[in-house]
Design a protein around this ligand. Structure first.
Ligand SMILES: CC(C)C(=O)C(=O)O
Length: 417
């Protein structure tokens, strides 16, 4: 059996903060970095330092603080492929570079539309290749690891051969990680030979043949504009060459967001084992911190939906009678995994579709009696009492109705006597 590690590249602090309304204070950027490091993400993208003095300070301070860790994540920051931006990025990552835990992440557009936007320069392929090689080669002299993203990779269209040349140029310049983004989130398996995972497979095969001694890492960065980011990221891993997945916790990011890392991590954990042909996939994440990370983002960046997969308030909460009864016997009857794995607990909320066992359990947990003979009548009383509360009731509201039921029974008995 071959065990293949999938590296988790967390860009919550970079692409995540490019999401309108999700920007955080200096202090919260630092707090998030510490939580992500504790959870053992492999690579943490901590910002875009050439964007402003504050962004430079955030990246530099996180790099200083996390460099004191025994096993810090690789720290990376993004910049355009421009000399001044690359220099600033290198400076801001200096504390991490000192301990060989720094990666410079740079990008250049290859999407047909984005290249058109470059005007005359976009048409001058030989000049572009020369510039790309030169800039990457220059910065690689510092000893920093380099990741290159051909921006808009999934929409390269007729540019396949040119993108191959760009990838050759960056590898010859010193880059060792090629990250293939679905920048606008439109990639789909139905595109057949034009599907970006097919292009990744072809590029990886060409590069492996031409540079057999270079260990190039392939990565994906999928946006979620059509709700396909998870499927595309998993295809790039399970059917393509990717051994690194980029995304943000809670799926935040530009526009409709990036692939959600908690979904990737738990999907790999659940379905990556014994995947096929003696191949098993795993991550090094400490999954028990996933809920904490997700809650932090929901409180400090962008509020999470209740039904958000994996970590949403409802992801491990149940209400209907049939589900509740089965879960009490075996949680996996109606849960894809035990929520304890991510630091969460199964919970129940009483509502119009709940059953008598559910009411009995809550009442007995609170220390009151609800016998087998009474439970159906009590549950019915509670439901009738809150007949207009279609969205469910809290445990204390349930107990309130229970006491009213008990009092009414007691007074009935008294009047009979
Ligand atoms: C720069 C790259 C990685 C990016 O964020 C994108 O293409 O969406």
């Amino acid at each position: 059996m071959v065990n293949q590690q999938i590296k988790i590249f967390d860009t919550t602090l970079r692409d995540g903060q490019q999401c309108p309304g999700a920007g955080m204070s200096f202090e919260n950027n630092l707090k998030y970095a510490h939580i992500a490091a504790k959870a053992q993400v492999d690579i943490l993208e901590i910002g875009f330092p050439s964007a402003s003095k504050l962004d430079h300070a955030i990246v530099n301070t996180i790099a200083k603080e996390l460099s004191d860790y025994k096993a810090p994540p690789i720290l990376t920051a993004l910049c355009q492929l421009r000399e001044n931006q690359m220099e600033i990025t290198l400076q801001s990552l200096a504390p991490a570079l000192k301990i060989k835990k720094a990666r410079l992440h740079t990008y250049f557009p290859v999407d047909v539309q984005l290249m058109n936007a470059l005007g005359e320069y976009g048409k001058n392929h030989s000049k572009i290749l020369k510039d790309i090689f030169h800039l990457i080669h220059q910065i690689s002299k510092s000893g920093i690891e380099i990741q290159f993203s051909p921006e808009g990779y999934s929409r390269m269209g007729e540019n396949f051969d040119f993108v191959t040349d760009i990838i050759r140029a960056v590898i010859e310049g010193g880059a060792t990680i090629i990250n293939c983004p679905d920048t606008i989130g439109g990639a789909c398996k139905l595109q057949g030979d034009d599907y970006f995972v097919e292009h990744m497979k072809n590029h990886a095969a060409i590069i492996a043949k031409e540079y057999p001694h270079k260990n190039i890492i392939w990565s994906t960065h999928c946006h979620n504009d059509f709700g396909l980011a998870l499927e595309n990221s998993m295809n790039a891993i399970f059917y393509g060459p990717a051994t690194q997945v980029e995304g943000c916790f809670n799926g935040i990011g530009e526009r409709a967001g990036n692939v959600s890392l908690e979904q990737c991590i738990m999907y790999i954990k659940k379905f990556g084992k014994n995947f096929k042909n003696n191949l098993s996939y795993f991550t090094n994440m400490r999954c028990e911190f996933i809920q904490e990370i997700s809650d932090f983002i929901s409180t400090n960046m962008l509020q999470r939906q209740f039904h958000w997969p994996i970590t949403g308030e409802n992801a491990a909460r149940h209400t209907s009678g049939g589900h509740t009864n089965a879960i009490i016997k075996n949680p996996l009857c109606y849960q894809p995994f035990d929520p304890k794995e991510i630091g969460n607990e199964i919970s129940f909320q009483f509502g119009p579709f709940s059953g008598s066992n559910h009411a009995k359990e809550i009442i007995e947990k609170k220390g009151y009696s609800c016998s087998e003979q009474e439970k159906t009548e009590i549950a019915q009383f509670i439901k009738d009492f809150y007949a207009d509360r279609r969205k469910g009731i809290t445990d204390s509201e349930l107990m309130n109705a229970y006491f009213i039921y008990r009092n009414s029974i007691n007074s009935e008995n008294k009047s009979k006597n």
